[in-house]
Design a binder for this molecule. Sequence first.
Ligand code: PEP
Ligand code: MG
Length: 588
Amino acid sequence: MIQGIGAAAGVAIGKAFVLPNWEWSLPDTQVNPVDLAKEFERLYEGIRTSKDEIEFIKREFREVVGPEESSIFDAHLAILDDPVFMSEIRGIIERQYKAAEVAVKEAIDHFVAMFDLLDDEYMKERAVDIKDVGNRLLKHLLGAPEVTLPSDTQPYILVAKELSPSQLAHLNPAYVLGIVTMMGGKTSHSSIMARALGIPLVAGLENKIITPIQTGDMLVLDGETGAVMLHPDESTVRDFTSRRAKQLKKREQLELLATVEAFTKDGVSLRLAGNISSVKELNMALKYGAEGVGLFRTEFLYMDRNTFPTEDEQFEVYKLVAEKVGKESVVIRTLDIGGDKHLDYFQLPEEQNPFLGYRAIRISLDRKDMFKTQMTAILRASHYGNVRMMFPMISSVEEVQAAKAVLEEVKSELDSRGIPYDRKLPVGIMIEVPAAVMIADLLAEEVDFFSIGTNDLVQYVLAVDRMNEQIAHMYHPYHPAVLRMIKMTVDAARSVGIDVSVCGEMAADERSLPLWLELGISVLSMSPQALLKVKHRTLNTLASEAREVAKLCFRNRTSSETEEQLSAFAGRSGITLGAGGDSKEKTS
Ligand code: PEP
Ligand code: MG
């Protein structure tokens, strides 16, 4: 078994199709100085054709997976307009009299080598984009044929050194059972796109494979665990085949619950909302029965482009989401960049501790222009649905007051423009910094709702970086300190009478359900894929029993005791798919 990085979940079994290495080796062709103008014309023609082709792929891909994922190709178009990249190419032609294709190849090699030197996964991924666009341009300059993938044969597992977004966009998901790449990781564009297309993907196998994979070799892979096996024996194939069948069956059965309301066996009702970052994810959340959106991570609208999204661009997306969700609420969180999230066009400072640095509300309050544009778009969208606004990473009353003051300015500007908006738009904050927990009673007086962001709360309470694999074993959501902080937040909200929900990954872990039932939290927001399993758990749980277990958990001295008790309870409350307890069909 070879261990890679599980980058898009799912099991695949099939024969490999190995993508030929898309590298060009070119003779060092020179041009006559008198023909320079012609050489430039050839270059510009190649750029125009490449752009047309990228626009075409973008449109096609948009149909399949939606506007956010297809915007990856905006980044490709931007490379063809990038003044530094282009002047490097022009310089090589002009000063060294080299043919356009040689100049393009040298410029690609130069930038890729430069980005590869940087110790930054994100920049390394950008090198893949440059190579992808550069190779497209080379293809046109050389008049070479497209590297084609089989589409009329048996479905296959695609094996590639690295897979560019353009190549992925050409794939027909009906033929691609899974993908294995030597390079890349969870955050690479191809992984994001594979997840959107529902194709299992294992990345990062470079240096781990001893025998090279050949086209036609039998492979099995698990995109969840990152396990890949070459030439599996019969029993492994049987094992993976039955795992795949079970996965599909479980999924099918769970999907039957999409329209069932989430009630415990003894009638306690929960509202399960979706965490989304795109319209595509909203569609998935709605398909899986999400009751509204508990967290719209808007930063993804700002990524994979080369300028900030305009007020109108943002408004269109927020309005579409609000309208699609209808009467249920949509919590739109203002920009949360910094930490591990970057924008190509917005230079963040080099920081020793980015998660403790220039991030989220701190940036918004510092860049009021940007903040106001986003708030304006959210307010305008509030006229078309049940919209709420939420600020991330709040750590003081002053920050809330400052953000609310900006909101007031934006409201009066909209008034003077005569644009309608929801005058009672509820305003809330993420509770994800320990300081916010400790002053939750004071913060509760400033806002309409709290949403507990356990992903950050756990890392900040325990001082355990959520991105650091070396200390991942110390990242304990069930640590007594975390449980106490959650309880303090709920108590503070309750004493003032404001809503409180949970939107971190803990909400998606069905074992946590007893904790929410004991605390009286009735709104949970989670990734679309988690909705049905949490609903299923709810339908199979007796709240009265669950609360007894949670009472023990809140008294525990260690995380492991709580984890054991919650896991044992989840195991005990017997999963029998389809048994919906006292669940009621939704009438609407
Ligand atoms: C959280 O911190 O729990 C959260 C939901 O926000 P994000 O994961 O986007 O930081
Ligand atoms: Mg957070």
